[in-house]
Design a protein around this ligand. Structure first.
Ligand code: ZN
Ligand code: ZN
Length: 413
């Protein structure tokens, strides 16, 4: 089968899923682009409601936001944990959280790893940074040429902050790093952490190339969690981390172009689907997180151009329960996010579509030349003579011909 026909089949499979999803939220969103009429059986069709990554230029004054994870700490194939990718018209890209499982959605966008080296963490629950390992090591092997940069909050004590977490993350992956360092440049394995005060109010934590990112405190589980505000080209996008509705979000997220805030499973659904006791369900669903009614109240107070709720397993039953709850207190434009929803945000419009991307994506090279591996003898060999002595020579004989041909093809000695 040719590559192209294979490609079409993959796309068709993805599209079927997308159309099923679309049918479930077409009634919810007020910002879906019009499809238009098909005028010719052989011509090009009009708008398909979908975004094919890498096929559209991002305008200078535009932000593209992709939901790469919208779910919960427990794994689900259909929904990864929290991750939003913001791409801005100046070329910069930012990951806001990198929750467990989200890197498969990020990778499917086929963006060179050098372009996705800036990560902002709202807090240190695994559903918000559990896939850092995948970005760190996967990106290292697949083309990132320099260190990762991570911004994240302090905690009430040193051991509850982002710098501590990343320092010990690297310690936990010591074996991984030491074995890679022998064959790859160690540069892309480095992580530069910028920790900022979790209590800071609307404080700038990043300002480069006309992009400003600010932090707000959040109320969630313990001291430390924050939300972020991204400002670019006169646009304001608020990326709310886990939180009970708080005064800082109300004050500083007001009039956002797009405001993301968690809305959690309803207490009855926490009992029904999660097996929680009624007491636990009320605590988790209305105190540690934000109930749909409270989410609606936040949005009808701050009045964004478009509101996005996330952080629940989104299926017919839960979706309808949450939507009804939100609609008790908020009537404005709304998305209840699923993975691979994408918003193009500009002064003129906010357009919501679904990403159509391959299940079998490869990493793609970026413009930078990969750094050289370490010179021979500069990094200790992680294999001892004991293990090397187990080398089974018939394997060498079996592959000798193939290696000879390969070396000839590439003029190798
Ligand atoms: Zn959390
Ligand atoms: Zn969470």
């Amino acid at each position: 089968m040719g590559d192209q026909s294979m490609q079409k089949i993959i796309q068709k499979q993805v599209m079927t899923g997308v159309l099923l999803l679309l049918s479930s939220f077409l009634t919810v969103s007020g910002v879906m682009a019009a499809g238009g009429a098909v005028k010719s059986p052989t011509g090009i069709a009009p708008d398909r409601y979908v975004y094919y990554p890498g096929t559209e230029e991002l305008k200078k004054d535009e932000i593209r936001l992709v939901a790469c994870g919208t779910g919960l700490p427990a794994a689900r194939r259909d929904q990864a944990a929290t991750c939003f990718l913001a791409e801005v018209g100046n070329g910069d890209k930012f990951l806001f959280d990198i929750g467990t499982g989200s890197m498969t959605n990020v990778a499917a966008l086929m963006i060179p790893y050098d372009f996705i080296n800036k990560v902002f963490l709202t807090h240190l629950h695994t559903d918000h940074w559990g896939d850092l390992a995948t970005l760190w090591a996967g990106g290292w092997t697949a083309g990132r040429t320099g260190p990762l940069r991570i911004w994240g909050p302090t905690g009430a004590t040193k051991d509850m902050g982002t710098a501590y977490a990343v320092e010990h993350f690297l310690k936990a992956y010591n074996w991984d790093a030491k074995t890679r360092n022998f064959v790859l440049s160690p540069k892309p394995g480095e992580i530069i952490v910028k920790e900022f005060d979790y209590k800071a109010e609307n404080a700038v934590v990043y300002q480069e190339n006309d992009v400003t990112i600010k932090t707000l405190p959040a109320i969630h589980a313990g001291d430390g969690p924050v939300s972020f505000i991204l400002e670019y080209a006169g646009l304001k996008v608020v990326i709310g981390g886990d939180t009970f509705p708080n005064k800082w979000y109300i004050k500083y997220a007001a009039n956002a172009d797009l405001a993301i805030h968690e809305t959690f499973l309803t207490p009855p659904d926490l009992v029904k689907f999660y097996g929680q006791s009624p007491g636990q369900a009320l605590g988790v669903g209305t105190q540690i997180h934000t109930s749909p009614q409270a989410f609606g109240k936040v949005m009808s107070t701050i009045k964004p151009r478009h509101a996005v709720g996330y952080h629940f397993f989104n299926e017919q039953g839960t979706h309808d329960d949450i939507l009804m709850g939100v609609r008790e207190t908020y009537k404005g434009p709304l998305s209840l996010a699923v993975d691979n929803m994408v918003w193009n945000i500009s002064k003129e419009a906010i357009v919501e579509r679904m990403v159509v991307s391959p299940d079998q994506a490869w990493s793609v090279a970026g413009p930078n030349k990969p750094p050289n591996p370490p010179a021979k003898g500069t990094v200790p060999d992680p294999l001892t003579d004991f293990i090397k002595a187990g080398h089974w020579s018939p394997a060498d004989e079996a592959q000798a011909e193939m290696i000879k041909d390969f070396k000839a093809k590439y003029n190798m000695k």
